[in-house]
Design a protein around this ligand. Structure first.
Ligand SMILES: C[S@@+](CC[C@H](N)C(=O)[O-])C[C@H]1O[C@@H](n2cnc3c(N)ncnc32)[C@H](O)[C@@H]1O
Length: 240
């Protein structure tokens, strides 16, 4: 099961209405999701006109989808009124900046608005090999690609570190793990209703997690990112 199917099935099984996608690019994952209220955030949208029309026809609620041409940090900072007006986010796909800090910010910002039984899904949390896990700001430069031994064009960055961070920081508050499918689907849910909605980066823990290498994670992915088999998608669905 990939991210699109998992998210779609969650909407099918619930009364959830509000979907946020951070990092939308060509709309491949955003447009097919059959949710009532959809919000997309990306500083550079590249949605082909034909795809936009096709999905307007197949899912008419796409006509009122909101598109914010912004970096996600700027979106969360400047659109508080919009987010509060939505009341709550039910499902969030984090697929924007593919680095530890970017993904962590996106999760922490989303948790402020996530419904108590909502879910955040993160793409690219289990890189297939070390070259796919190298750090880059937006995308590895030609030079970084040449230096990365075994580069195949596949790239997940070090998003997986955000899962390691959340597991260590919030063992009682959050249910966190990575499903071994579609380059690693991270999931984040509340285990219990939060008493506070203030989340900030613990820089000390950030630095500690940031020192972990890809091989550290691969030596014990169950412990470091709570890796689950692909069949765990069904377990997630059974919660709804
Ligand atoms: C891998 S693509 C998203 C793919 C899409 N979710 C899908 O499944 O087809 C990553 C996107 O994140 C966007 N992006 C980069 N930096 C971002 C940021 N700071 N905030 C939000 N999106 C960002 C890029 O412009 C790019 O379109």
């Amino acid at each position: 099961m990939d991210r699109i199917e998992l998210i779609q099935k969650i909407f099918q099984k619930t009364e959830f209405e509000n979907y946020l996608e951070i990092g939308c690019q060509t709309g491949k994952s955003f447009l097919p999701i059959r949710a009532k209220n959809k919000t997309a955030v990306d500083p550079v949208f590249k949605i082909p006109l034909g795809r936009r029309f096709k999905w307007l026809f197949k899912w008419p609620a796409n006509s009122k989808a909101r598109y914010f041409t912004l970096e996600s940090d700027v979106f969360f900072d400047s659109q508080k009124a919009y987010l509060q007006n939505l009341e709550q986010l039910d499902v969030v796909l984090v697929d924007g900046l593919h680095n530890f800090r970017g993904a962590l910010h996106d999760v922490l910002h989303s948790l402020v608005y996530l419904s108590n039984d909502g879910i955040i899904i993160l793409h690219d949390c289990y890189p297939p090999h070390e070259a796919a896990s190298i750090y880059a700001d937006i995308f590895p430069t030609e030079e970084q690609q040449q230096q990365a031994k075994g580069w195949t064009g596949e790239w997940c960055g070090d998003v997986w570190k955000s899962m390691a961070y959340l597991l260590e920081k919030y063992p009682n508050l959050l249910d966190v793990g990575v499903i071994d499918t579609d380059y690693g689907l991270g999931y984040v849910r509340f285990k219990t209703a939060p008493t506070s909605r203030e989340f900030s980066v613990d820089e000390e823990l950030f630095d500690k997690i940031n020192q972990l290498s890809y091989s550290d994670m691969k030596s014990d992915p169950k412990k470091i990112i709570n890796l689950q088999p692909a069949s765990y998608c069904e377990t997630i669905l059974s919660l709804y």
